[in-house]
Write a protein that binds this ligand. Sequence first.
Ligand code: SF4
Length: 273
Amino acid sequence: MMIGKEMAIAPHQESVQDVSTQTAALVEIFSAIQGEGLNVGTRQLFVRFGGCDLRCRFCDSANTWHTQAICKIEATPGQRDFEVHPNPVEIAQLIAWVKRQAVVNLHDSLSLTGGEPLLHADFLADFLNQLRKTIQIPIYLETGGHRPDDLRKLLPYLDMVGMDLKLPSVSGETHWEAHEAFLKICDQSGVTVFCKLITSRDTTDADLDQATALVARVNPNIPLFFQPVTPLTDKGQPAPPTPQQVLDWQAKCKQQLTSVRVIPQTHKMIGQL
Ligand code: SF4
């Protein structure tokens, strides 16, 4: 893991011929404080990709499910002075936007998020290959953790992976086999990986047992984060777990796993975009 390494522009520039002409649909780029998982509290440059192949009941990013005609690109880190640009975006353009945000000593890492960023795995492999020739910054992938074949394409460029374990009783999505294959690949590759469980009042013991056993089978030292759903105003959203549920679940998981933490979405607590 290279978290903490400062973001700096390398002295050389890549040649134009090196840059792939692949494209991808973005949602937005912005600089913010990470509010979830192992990187909570760190400053990240978020590159959010459009498109998702899942439909989690608790999703707070439904605007990312389908690719859009435009994307919003922050001009100054943390100022929310968004420019609007057309989709799709070429790699050279994305690198230029990332470089523009490259303020020394500001970002701890670059977060690839979505939607599901692994839907753009081929684009990302080329983008990250080009990016590391010009900017030194740790790369963090936020993913639903259900596309192991696409993950393999990116592993050489990743420093950290935060993967969701989708609990069917909460998300409505069931991907146990893919999750286990995905986590095994991460663990065997040596990339820093952690798992995130979004929990609600409806979380079942059977789902929790299955998720805990899955992580324990791969490596009981992989950190597990419980993330209680954030209460949203829309009808039909799952209710957050009770304090007693959270205490009981953590105690249960700690019987098999070394590191089990409970962290709600802190960026929403501070009113951050
Ligand atoms: S994987 Fe993420 S973006 Fe996709 S539906 Fe689930 S929560 Fe929403």
